[in-house]
Structures are given as C-alpha cells and as structure tokens.
Write a protein that binds this ligand. Sequence first.
Ligand code: ADP
Length: 489
Amino acid sequence: MNILLISAEVTPFAKAGGLADVTAALPAEWKRMGHNPIIVMPKYGFIDEKMWNMEPTFLTLNVPMGYETEFAHLWHGTLPGSEVPIYFIEFNEYFARDGIYGDPNEFFDNDRRFIFLSRAAFEAAKALDFTPDIIHAHDFHTAFAMAFLKTHYRYDMRFARTAGVYTIHNLAYQGKFNPFRAMEFSGIGHDNFYKGSWFEHNGTANAMKIGIMFADKITTVSPNYSREIRTPYYGEGLCDELNYRGPDLIGILNGVQYDKWNPAIDDAIAVKYTPNSIEDKMKNKIDFLKGYGLNDNDGLDIPLIGIVARLTEQKGFDLIESVLERHISEGDFRFALLGSGERRYVDYFNYLKSKYPATALINIGYDETIAHKIIAGCDYLLVPSRFEPCGLTQMYALKYATIPIVRQTGGLADTVNEYSKVSGTGTGFVFLHYDPDDFAFALRRALSIYTSEPHWSTIRQNAMAMDYSSERSALQYINVFEWAMEKVR
Ligand code: ADP
C-alpha cells in the first residue's frame, strides 16, 4: 500500500506533543510490514539539516495558493531508525521560523502556512511520481488535504483512487480560520462558504470540521475518545458533525515505540531493569534525587510522584494545584515535574520550587532525557487530565513499573485499570470526577499500597506486563485504510 502521510510534526524533527511521536511510529511500522509510506512535513528553520543528513531533491513544486502560485523546494531525508523516506517542504517565508505553531503565541498566518503545506503535499507526490492509495492527514493543520483530494485533485488520475483518512489527535485545537483568507488560499472559493456548508462552522472556516466532513474515514487516537467526542461535553462544538460521520469514525489506540521506551534497553536512564530485576528501578530514583542534591539519607522511602506534560489546562493542573502543596508541605511525597507551557503554571511551580526545594523537584523546559529519567525514577505518574485523547506518558509509565494515577477519560480510561487489593488485578488508580476530592481520594488509594506487599509487587508486575505496542496500532490503521479504499474503488 502506498501511503502519503502529511503532518506538521514528526519526531525527531519537530515535536510539540504526542502527534509527533505517532506520525513517526506509524510509518516505521508500516514500512516493516512491507508497505510503502512516505512522509511530507515542513522544513522548519530549526531543523538541523546536517545532523539528519537531509539533502535537496532539486525538485521545485508549483503550489497554487488562491490566485497565485508559490514555489517550494523539496528536501529529502530518512526517518531515523527506519527506511521511511521523508520529504521536507522548503518555503522559508512560512517555515523558517523558531516555533512550529507560534513563538509562543499562534503565528498570525497559520491558516496560510498549513493550507500551503496541505496543498504542497499533493504537488510533492506528483513531482516524486508517487501514486498514493491513502493520504493520511493529522489534526487541523493538514485537514485541508482531505478537501483538496475531493476537489482540486478529484479528476487527476494520480489521485482518482486515493482515499483520504483523517486522524484527530486533539479535537480542542480546530484551526478556526478567517473565511475570507482561508477560502481564497485554498482555491476553493467563497461560493462554497455559506451557513451549513462543509467549510463553515459558527462563521469561521473550521479546518477540523473540513477534515471530518471530507475524509473517507476518520480515526481518533483511542476508542473511548472516539465515543466521548460524539457527546456535547467532549465534542468541542463539533459533536453533530462527528455523529453525522459516526459510521466512518473509529478509535485506534496510539501505540508506544518500545524500542525507545523500554527500561530494559533505555540508554537515557541510570540503570536498566526488567520485570525480573525490578529492584534496580530504585537506583534510578536515587540517581534522579541525587540530581537535586539529595542523598541516600534523605528519605528514599518517601514516594516520588512525577508528571511530564505540556503545562496547559487540559492536563489537569488546576486539580494538581488544589491538592499538591498540602501534601508536599507535610512530606507525604516528593513531586517531580517536567513541562513547559502556560505562564500561570510556570509561576506556580517556580513558587513551589523556591518554597520546597527538597520536595518540589521542578524542571521547566523541554528535555527528552529528563523525561526518561522521571518516568523511570518515579514511583507514580500523575495524569489527571480534564480530557485526554489518548495520552502517551501513562503507557510509558506502565512499562517502567511507574504506577499511573489517572482520570477516567479518553485514552486514559482505555489503558489504566484500578488496582484491586482483593483480586490483585489492575495497573493503576483511576478517578472519575474532575474535582479535588475525587482526585485526592485516588492519591490516597495509590499511596496506601506504596511498598505494602504483596500489592506493591503485584501492581508493578501487572503494569510492566501491559503491551501497547505501535505495531498493533499500525496494523489497525492498515485495516482502516483498506476499509477507506473500498469507498474509492
Ligand atoms: P499531548 O500530545 O497532549 O502533549 P501525550 O501524552 O499524548 O500528550 O504526548 C506528550 C509527549 O510529549 C510524550 O512523549 C511526552 O513524553 C512528551 N513531553 C511532554 N512534555 C515534555 C517535556 N517538557 N519534555 C520532554 N518531553 C515532553
């Protein structure tokens, strides 16, 4: 199967969140399975072309943008750790900037940048003589590709039998564009923008809606989230559209790349460990604490609870704020954070750090190595999200025997089950209501089994035994692709 994947983010070239991990993991698996994927993404200014052995193809793309044509250069590289070709669209006016989406706020021309990317991907396929069976677009950034497939390229023989699959990684970010700009840049024209059209939502040209309406099949990143978003509470204003497309909407759980996230082979952590040498996990905790000037006498028996996340409201930081200080001031546990994002949370965690330097171990910033060290070194991982399309860190945590404490929402509900002291089943602690009492109660339940046998050993073995591999996930996408291709054959 020829698969053209278009994304604004792909690890390790450009990453803001889980999207990048998934758009790297899937093609690598498809290639291993014998398929023929290629990736198209922007050539951002911050990507180090020498480090990744990128080379110009000397192909020039003519990209129609409304009444004009813009010219882009195409670069070639290989997705590290795989044989997947990856093509970078070079158009410096749009992409040679420091951020992916903004620095730190949204760039004012994100409509134009991403409509351009979505269109350029088709022109890249033409220039490369690549005839895709599937065009796979991700999130609002590349959603316009779904509309282009059914409009501009509908009668192009190269794409006549190409099916469009659109994956929603996060419905909260929709790309609500000014219709006067978006309809022009897309070349689809203002005539197609009217109340109730597939392009219109509450007066905006809503890229997310466009992806949903034009795709042959729609996927989301967990089965539970695919059901949730069809309700008004989680639907972010698009639940009617999602229900309309309900028969074509399916949830596929994101997978973990266990060649990167596995304590048995992880070079980023101090001491590797397996289910048979789980006692070595403690050495990672010691290593992590030493980084903060703490030594063996400083109460290693105090639980260490970590979090690795973007500092946004979605991730449940309001809940954390409402209970955290009480616990760390009393020494119930130590708290390790790695994150970057909203100023108000940065300020809050910096305040905790200055007040409780020995119990609030705060890292503001983005750092892959520290992420691995926290996941390996902590006893528990917190993911109390308000909503969570899938969530990757709780799946990493399970593999590292770091017990997740999660809210029962989205993919968190699909991947973590409450531990039962009676049956010895379950892998973590789960609470339903987004309120401080429910959250605090889950924390208490979790802490109650800390080093209390046989529960502590049982839950950690249960956690490590879970398998959420990207291989399984990639196979499910192939099934959806075949299903989508039936629509265009
Ligand atoms: P989201 O996509 O909403 O950000 P996910 O849990 O699906 O949430 O994916 C987040 C990814 O980004 C994970 O791979 C996580 O380890 C990583 N990550 C988040 N914040 C940081 C950070 N500050 N430093 C390093 N990695 C981070």
